[in-house]
Design a protein around this ligand. Structure first.
Ligand code: CA
Length: 225
């Protein structure tokens, strides 16, 4: 699942991002309203966590622009100001839920899961590539009907590859989306995880779905595409 966190306080952004990654989300962060709004309008996220007090463009304006742009992505607003007025204004503008700071990550995650269950987000679920099926809400991966257990990192990597099936993903893109690193750490972290994923997804099944594109990265595709 893919989440966008628009939050200018590094400590909050860090703790929300880390928690969501541990819960198998692919997370993108924006530290101001302008970048956040642009990302939310261009990409398809399953959920947006939106702080209201933001530099550039405040959360209310981001929400307004998002809904005006016909983006129905579920949005949870975060705010330091737990006033009824803010809450009403946010909900009127199309927020799906509201959380006052300070909050526990467990509560945020529970609310995100409740929103996802309500189903508005579940366009494109499950992801199906050949006989591989990924139910992103249940985090259930099957190939040829056989259930496959994956670690959190393996799962994020597979979901990222599968959402972009047929497109070659560079090592940089994979590091950025799956590990949230902007630089190659000079380790073989990607290769190690791709190999593990291959053992689980491809070794016992035909045809292989994960392909190496030499010098570039990896692509997940079925034989016929
Ligand atoms: Ca803020």
């Amino acid at each position: 699942m893919r989440a966008l966190v628009i939050e200018d306080e590094p400590a909050v952004a860090g703790f929300v991002g880390k928690g969501l990654r541990e819960a198998s989300f692919v997370v993108e962060l924006a530290d101001n309203g302008i970048d956040g709004c642009r990302l939310a309008l261009t990409n398809d996220y399953d959920v947006v966590v939106l702080d209201l007090m933001l530099p550039g463009k405040d959360g209310f304006k981001v929400l307004h622009d998002l809904r005006r742009g016909e983006k129905q992505t579920p949005v949870i607003c975060l705010t330091a100001r737990d006033s009824v007025d803010d809450r009403v204004k946010g909900l009127d503008l199309g927020a799906d839920d509201y959380l006052a700071k300070p909050f526990s990550f467990a509560e945020l995650l529970a609310r995100i899961r409740a929103l996802l269950r309500r189903g508005r987000a579940m366009v494109g679920n499950p992801i199906v590539v050949s006989d591989l099926t990924i139910d992103i809400l249940a985090r259930d991966v099957r190939r040829g009907g056989t259930r496959i257990d994956l670690s959190a990192n393996e799962y994020r990597l597979l979901e990222y590859l599968a959402r972009n099936a047929g497109c070659v993903l560079s090592r940089t893109m994979i590091l950025e989306h799956v590990w949230d690193m902007n630089q190659d750490p000079m380790t073989n972290v990607i290769d190690v995880h791709v190999n593990r994923l291959r053992k689980k997804i491809d070794a016992r099944f035909d045809p292989p779905l994960i392909h190496t594109v030499r010098g570039v990265g990896y692509v997940l595709r079925s034989a016929e595409s």
